[in-house]
Write a protein that binds this ligand. Structure first.
Ligand SMILES: [Zn+2]
Length: 177
C-alpha cells in the first residue's frame, strides 16, 4: 500500500503568508487534514508532518518523511505576492521538471484548474529543502494566492472540492505508478 506524506506548511510561530486576518498556516492545515482524510478513505496510508498548530523546520519534516519511507511527499502552501490581487492561481514546485514529481504536480494542478484556479504551471525550485532533501517524489503546491480575493473566495466556497481535487491528483499518480 502506498504511503503519502502530507505536509501542511508553516505552523506555530511561523504563520506563513498573512493577508488581513487570514494566515497561511491555518488554511493549509485545514486543507491538508481533509486531503489526508480523502486519501485514507481511498486506501492510501497517510503520514502527516503536523496535525496541529506547531512548527517544525522543513529539514525536520524532510527527515521524518525519509524515516517513514513515504512514496510521495506533498507539501501544501498558499502563495503570496507584493501587492493584493496582483496574481491569482495555483502553482506547483518540484526539484526536477522531468520526473515522477512533475507528473504528480501536473495531476494536482490540472484538477485544481478544473475548479476555476488559473494554472500557473509546474516550476523547478532547487533551493527548497522539502524538494531537494526528500528521497521520494516531492511536490510543493501553492493553492492560490492568500492575497487574492478571488482565490480566497474559491478556497472558501469550494474547500471540499479543492481537497478532493488534490487527493484525486495524488490518487491518479499513485494508482498509475
Ligand atoms: Zn508557504
Amino acid at each position: 500500500m502506498a504511503l503519502v506524506v502530507i505536509d501542511a506548511g508553516h505552523g506555530g510561530a511561523n504563520p506563513g503568508a498573512v493577508y488581513g486576518g487570514r494566515r497561511e498556516k491555518d488554511d493549509v492545515l485545514a486543507l491538508s487534514m481533509e486531503v489526508g482524510n480523502i486519501l485514507e478513505r481511498n486506501g492510501v496510508d497517510v503520514y502527516y508532518t503536523r496535525t496541529s498548530d506547531v512548527y517544525e523546520s522543513p529539514a525536520q519534516k524532510t527527515e521524518e518523511a525519509n524515516a517513514v519511507r513515504g512514496d510521495y511527499f506533498v507539501s501544501i502552501h498558499r502563495n503570496s505576492s507584493p501587492y493584493p490581487n496582483q496574481y491569482a492561481g495555483v502553482e506547483s514546485l518540484v526539484y526536477n521538471r522531468y520526473g515522477e514529481a512533475a507528473r504528480l504536480a501536473e495531476n494536482i494542478n490540472a484538477r485544481l484548474e478544473e475548479l476555476g484556479f488559473a494554472n500557473q504551471g509546474v516550476n523547478e525550485r532547487k533551493d527548497l529543502v522539502v524538494l531537494s532533501g526528500s528521497q521520494m517524489p516531492a511536490v510543493l503546491t501553492e493553492v492560490g494566492f492568500i492575497n487574492s480575493d478571488s482565490d480566497n473566495r474559491l478556497f472558501d466556497e469550494r474547500f471540499n472540492d479543492i481537497a478532493k481535487a488534490i487527493a484525486d491528483g495524488i490518487l491518479a499518480t499513485v494508482w498509475s505508478s
